[in-house]
Design a protein around this ligand. Structure first.
Ligand code: SAM
Length: 268
């Protein structure tokens, strides 16, 4: 199930795209020269971006596994990113094969890869949509086909809201999505912060100012307010490696290097 309403010419290779830069940080190959140059400039200033991107992706995996384990059978994953295995549906379906996932991203490059890697057996779908217009996401026919709003939903806003400016109202966006979900739904959210690398961030912002979306890091308290109307699950909002680590868990040094907060919370 896919809505790839774009033409290949829409893939803009003249400007760095955050999705393709993130793919570079994760060691992927779905990026262009312009993305690699921009991402490398970020890495030169902030080498911690590489372990941070990995840690963010691992947080996504642990959160989805946890939610699928509690019985959540449907996910809305906004700001999907270029497919990076394991993707949300692969993780959730390894717990329960009947899980359904609706993927949404506003980048045509993600759409171009979605057909091959995100769509399968009628249980997953992808469409181009913009988190800044949450109503249009909720009304999309693919959501209508995949998501039953009478059953709990896992809403994924992982590493996407820092591409939304204050004027565009990230809290309003989350509230609109939250209000559409039934009780027992969960929010999985992570967000970039300058709380740990503040002095380095101005250079990073400059790189993203030339990209297709600016980077809007937020301090702890502001990220926390995005969870208004939800009940935070343990351990609350933490740097992502510290969210329910598996095995031996991260060292304090590994946590310190990561400028992403993340949490999972339940709609009462
Ligand atoms: C850093 S990646 C995160 C990918 C994945 N969620 C993860 O955490 O591994 C951010 C993604 O958000 C997408 N994105 C940025 N602004 C968006 C918007 N306004 N609406 C929808 N997606 C957006 C980008 O295209 C990119 O694919």
């Amino acid at each position: 199930m896919t809505d790839q309403s774009f033409s290949p010419e829409q893939i803009d290779t003249s400007k760095p795209h955050p999705a393709r830069m993130y793919d570079f940080y994760l060691g992927g190959w779905d990026n262009y020269e312009v993305d690699r140059e921009a991402a490398q400039r970020v890495v030169d200033v902030l080498p911690d971006i590489i372990p941070a991107a990995r840690a963010n992706r691992d947080f996504l995996g642990r959160a989805v596994r946890y939610l699928a384990g509690t019985g959540i059978r449907q996910f809305i994953d906004i700001g999907t990113g270029i497919p990076t295995s394991p993707n949300t549906h692969e993780i959730a379906q390894s717990v329960s094969p009947d899980v359904r996932v609706a993927y949404i991203d506003n980048d045509p490059i993600v759409s171009a890869h979605a057909g091959a890697k995100l769509i399968g057996a009628g249980q997953t779908g992808f469409f181009l949509g913009d988190v800044r217009d949450p109503a249009s996401i909720l009304e999309h026919p693919t959501i209508g086909k995949l998501i039953d709003f009478d059953q709990p939903v896992g809403l994924m806003l992982v590493a996407v809201l820092h591409f939304v400016t204050d004027d565009e109202g990230p809290a309003r966006i989350v509230a609109t999505l939250r209000d559409a979900l039934p009780s027992g739904s969960h929010l999985v959210l992570s967000h970039a912060t300058a709380d740990f690398h503040g002095e380095l961030l101005p250079e990073v912002f400059k790189v993203y100012q030339r990209a297709t979306a600016t980077l809007n890091t937020r301090p702890y308290q502001e990220v926390l307010t995005l969870f208004d109307g939800f009940e935070m699950l343990e351990p609350g909002l933490v740097q992502v490696p510290a969210w329910r680590p598996e095995g031996e868990g991260p060292t304090p040094e590994e946590v310190r290097r990561v400028g992403f907060y993340g949490a999972v919370a339940r709609k009462p």
